[in-house]
Design a binder for this molecule. Structure first.
Ligand code: KG4
Ligand code: ZN
Length: 333
């Protein structure tokens, strides 16, 4: 059976379309919205308007680049949730209309499950069961993955997500949004000279709000002694914050590996683009004899390639959605 899927992702501030044939990504076009940088975070109303402006062109380019005609597409896949309601609605209504007009099935995809499924874009694939630390702007989860369509969250954040911890720290330091990649870059020039208290949440759950408060008070105290502190110590502050976040993430994935006795360890989501986290996973994997899986950068961020791969495995078992579905901003896992 041959399967060609056109996938659409619009859950946050990236408009993306991809074409996937028999599980192989032929094109993966991502249009990132720059309009939010000046506001220090994603402005939902602006995001949906940008999706509306971009979606036709992005889909068109994805089709052209893959050399696939609309008439050759077998199914339309779309992120149904979780995400921003207005942003999701643009993708979902576009996908529904396209599926209806072409007379082909529609496949709804869970955005966080798709981040995990990004590991089936490039070989070597993880071996089931594996653990995936999924770290993005809105979520921080440890996912136990038993099969393509069988996964459960075994640990998650009680407050801020890891990406949010990067972004909120960046805001305090006067950096643009999203601050994760900027902190990553600056951290490479600094040393983790400052220590912040780590949250002590039992089990596999995370908490980052304490770190945020600790950074806030630390900066306030240091700035009262030296108004130039942030400018002078920027790289060291970034290296210290990044190390604290990575320490907290790694502590829990190590614990999960012990609890479930699983040595197949993956990372996914926007924060998995972080060079410090990637390096640390390689080191821990060597030390602990894990097989580790790190997606290529374009598949860490929000992208339709991962939506298409997740949809491909639903396509194979005939798991389709109908025209009554709507966007689900708080879609259960
Ligand atoms: O998965 P993603 O693209 O979107 C969501 O589903 O949220 O993740 C975006 C998040 C943002 O918080 C951003 O600051 C963070 O990923 N991020 C990074 C890096 N690149 C993106 N955080 C740390 N280091 C990076 N290199
Ligand atoms: Zn995401």
């Amino acid at each position: 059976m041959s399967a060609t899927i056109l996938a659409i992702e619009s859950s946050c501030d990236d408009t993306s379309a991809a074409v996937i044939r028999n599980g192989v990504v032929l094109s993966n076009i991502i249009s990132s919205q720059k309009v939010h940088a000046q506001y220090g975070g994603v402005v939902p109303e602006l995001a949906s308007r940008q999706h509306q402006l971009n979606i036709i062109a992005v889909v068109d380019i994805a089709l052209k680049e893959s050399r696939i005609l609309k008439s050759q597409v077998d199914a339309i896949a779309v992120t149904r949730g979780p995400g921003l309601l207005g942003s999701l609605i643009v993708g979902v209504s576009f996908a529904k209309s396209l599926a209806l007009s072409l007379g082909i099935p529609l496949i709804d995809v869970h955005h966080m499950k798709a981040h995990v499924m990004a590991h089936f874009i490039q070989k070597p694939y993880p071996v089931f069961p594996f653990l995936c630390l999924t770290v993005s702007g809105g979520h921080t989860q440890i996912v136990l993955v038993n099969d393509y369509l069988d996964m459960e969250v075994v640990g998650s954040t009680r407050d801020d997500a890891a990406g949010e911890a990067f972004d909120k720290t960046g805001k305090m330091l006067g950096l643009d949004y999203p601050s994760g990649p900027i902190i990553d870059k600056l951290a490479r020039k600094g040393q983790p000279r400052f220590e912040f208290p780590k949250s002590k949440i039992p089990g596999l759950d995370f908490s980052f709000s304490g770190l945020k408060t600790a950074i806030l008070y630390f900066l306030r105290d240091e700035l009262s002694k030296d108004p130039e502190f942030v400018q002078r110590e920027m790289a060291n502050i970034c290296a210290s914050v990044q190390k604290s976040i990575i320490d907290m993430l790694m502590e829990k994935i190590i614990r999960a590996s012990e609890i479930y006795n699983i040595r197949e360890i993956a990372i996914a989501g926007g924060v998995s683009a972080n060079s410090g986290l990637r390096k640390r996973l390689v080191e821990e994997a060597e030390k602990r004899h894990w097989n580790r899986y790190i997606p290529e950068l374009q598949y860490c961020m929000d992208n339709a390639g991962m939506i298409g791969i997740a949809a491909y495995y639903k396509y194979l078992v005939g798991s389709f959605a109908d025209q009554t579905i709507s966007a689900q901003p708080r879609m259960p896992f």
